[in-house]
Design a protein around this ligand. Structure first.
Ligand SMILES: Cc1cc2nc3c(=O)[nH]c(=O)nc-3n(C[C@H](O)[C@H](O)[C@H](O)COP(=O)(O)OP(=O)(O)OC[C@H]3O[C@@H](n4cnc5c(N)ncnc54)[C@H](O)[C@@H]3O)c2cc1C
Length: 512
């Protein structure tokens, strides 16, 4: 696995302190590398960081923590116990899905309770739901256990799994798969919306993503006390204890290449830092189009990246409300408010690049679980609406559109939390333009390259770059893809592709 990189130098640079970058820094530290992480923002975590404002802490991105064993494994690889560093709390129910006619579906790990939720909507779909779950488990075995942390830069690795993919009808979309199991449209939505959490269009991403249904039920949906920022901070703590350095407010302008080898980076300040091993946690698109702009690309040309399908953009409204603890008592920690259209809405966003008037919303209310997010008696919320990315010919001009769109979002939230605006004491909004400017996301997309089947595994930007020796990629834009489990998995893949640092290798040999 490690044939393509070797060096007698033990310095490594990681560009980006997102969760993928921090995870790979931990793994490289455990392999004996002297790691420096460089990030343009003022705190670690990337999309998984938080913003504190007027006594409220806003978790900016991920809120749903699944598969805790991935973090346990990561910490164990560094000789640490994850649960000593992070306080994870299981949530029940996982989330509450609401439709406009008042129908609700509460997801949880209890199979009988889930069947009762299905029966409440359509009793004749209970059998089909059980079939969906069995299919979800089979997809988990192949798609998650089999592929998630397997290097996929050799086409043979992808070819090998094709028979299993064919057997599981990976060519079908997750929506088509849900439709083949249950008759009720609401249940089809409840069983197929999950890819939206990682930037995929349920009408087009592979049915392999049905694995999320099993994964949630089996391993739970959790909340990290302190938000995902607490996980990022704990990761940064491990990196520092390993002797690594994390430099915030340090933006890389270029990856330096000599004779086909990565030799270091130049920051926007002009400072150069040398290292023979570089892992980019910057978006794969930004890495190839900007950081390697002066280097002729073999595969990841700007043209190819432009032709890729990018995940949707996000409109996120973060707000703190005063004196609302106990108010809107039926609004839990995670609420998904389905709009009047599903297929049509997705088509507008993903296929036409059109900002629709209607919307489906995700409402996050962490103050119900974590008192540290808001002053006593107050609440902290975020409301998220999927919107088109900025790469369309007629991209939305958010400078003009934002106040208009905010009113439309407010009208929907008002139906669920009447009078909420009167209580807002602090707020901030992220649009796709914020994602473009803050995270340097191509097209301002929320989750990098869309996880379609022909943009997954070997087809996705590889974890080991074909453009320069000693250059690796970690994070949402590479294999296996977006989502916290995905980017933590990508760090595992990179660490399999990189040999131990020279001194560590000698120690290991001496011990054997
Ligand atoms: C609103 C939202 C909600 C989400 N909800 C969930 C969820 O509930 N569960 C889940 O599992 N996933 C969720 N996700 C997805 C998940 O957060 C991301 O896929 C994941 O955090 C991406 O991690 P990353 O390491 O790839 O990249 P990022 O978090 O984007 O980190 C990349 C880092 O690189 C830095 N950087 C970029 N370019 C440079 C440069 N040139 N020089 C220096 N630094 C640079 C950036 O500043 C950034 O800090 C959500 C995402 C969003 C946006």
């Amino acid at each position: 696995m490690t044939e393509s990189f070797s060096s007698s130098d033990h310095r490594a640079l990681v560009i980006g302190a997102g969760l993928g970058g921090l995870a790979v820094a931990m793994r490289l530290g455990a392999k004996g590398y002297c790691v420096t992480v460089l990030d343009r923002l003022d705190r670690a975590g990337g999309r998984g960081s938080s913003l504190s404002q007027d006594g409220h802490r806003f978790d900016l991105g991920p809120t749903i923590v699944t598969v805790p064993q991935l973090y346990e494994d990561l910490w164990a690889a560094c000789g640490r116990d994850f649960h000593r560093d992070v306080d994870l709390r299981p949530l029940s129910p996982f989330y509450d899905i609401r439709w406009q006619d008042g129908t609700r579906f509460r997801a949880s790990s209890d199979t009988e309770a889930m069947k009762a939720e299905v029966a409440k909507i359509n009793p004749s779909d209970v059998k089909g739901y059980a079939r969906f779950l069995r299919g979800s488990q089979a997809r988990y075995k192949v798609g998650f256990e089999g592929l998630m942390t397997l290097p996929m830069h050799k086409i043979w690795e992808t070819v090998k799994v094709l028979p299993q993919f064919a057997r599981l009808r990976a060519d079908k979309s997750i929506y088509a798969y849900a439709k083949s199991c249950v008759k009720d449209e609401k249940l089809r939505q409840a069983l197929s919306f999950h890819p939206l959490f990682i930037g995929g269009d349920p009408m087009h991403v592979t049915s392999m993503y049905a694995l999320v249904g099993y994964l949630e039920k089996e391993f739970g949906v959790h909340y990290a006390m302190g938000g995902v920022q607490a996980i990022a901070d704990a990761m940064a703590g491990v990196v520092r204890e390993q002797g690594g350095v994390i430099r915030q407010n340090a933006e890389v302008d270029e990856i330096l290449i000599e004779g086909g080898k990565a030799t270091g980076v130049r920051l926007t300040t002009g400072e150069q830092i040398a290292a023979p091993l570089i892992v980019s946690n910057a978006d794969a698109g930004h890495t190839y189009t900007h950081l390697l702009r002066n280097h002729l690309k073999r595969r990841w040309t700007p043209k190819r990246l432009k032709k890729s399908r990018w995940s949707m953009g996000l409109y996120v409204w973060y707000f703190g409300t005063k004196g609302t603890a106990g108010k809107w008592a039926d609004v839990g920690h995670h609420t998904i408010a389905m709009g009047p259209r599903y297929n049509g809405l997705l088509d507008d966003i993903f296929m036409k690049g059109k900002l629709p008037d209607d919307m489906s919303l995700y409402i996050h209310r962490p103050s119900l679980t974590d008192p540290s997010v808001a002053p006593a008696g107050d609440d902290t919320f975020y409301v998220l609406s999927p919107v088109p990315h900025l790469g369309w010919d007629k991209a939305v001009d958010w400078q003009t559109e934002e106040p208009i769109y905010r009113e439309k979002v407010a009208a929907e939230v008002e139906k669920i939390m009447p009078g909420f605006r009167d209580h807002i004491v602090t707020e901030t909004v992220f649009t796709p333009e914020t994602f473009r400017d803050r995270y340097l996301s191509p097209n301002g997309s929320g989750f990098s390259v869309e996880p379609r089947i022909l943009q997954s595994a070997w087809f996705r930007p590889h974890n080991i770059s074909e453009e320069a020796r000693g250059l690796f990629l970690v994070g949402a834009g590479t294999h296996p893809g977006a989502g916290v489990p995905g980017v933590v998995g990508s760090a595992d893949v990179v660490s399999q592709l990189v040999p131990d640092a020279p001194a560590q290798a000698q120690r290991r040999m001496a011990a054997e």
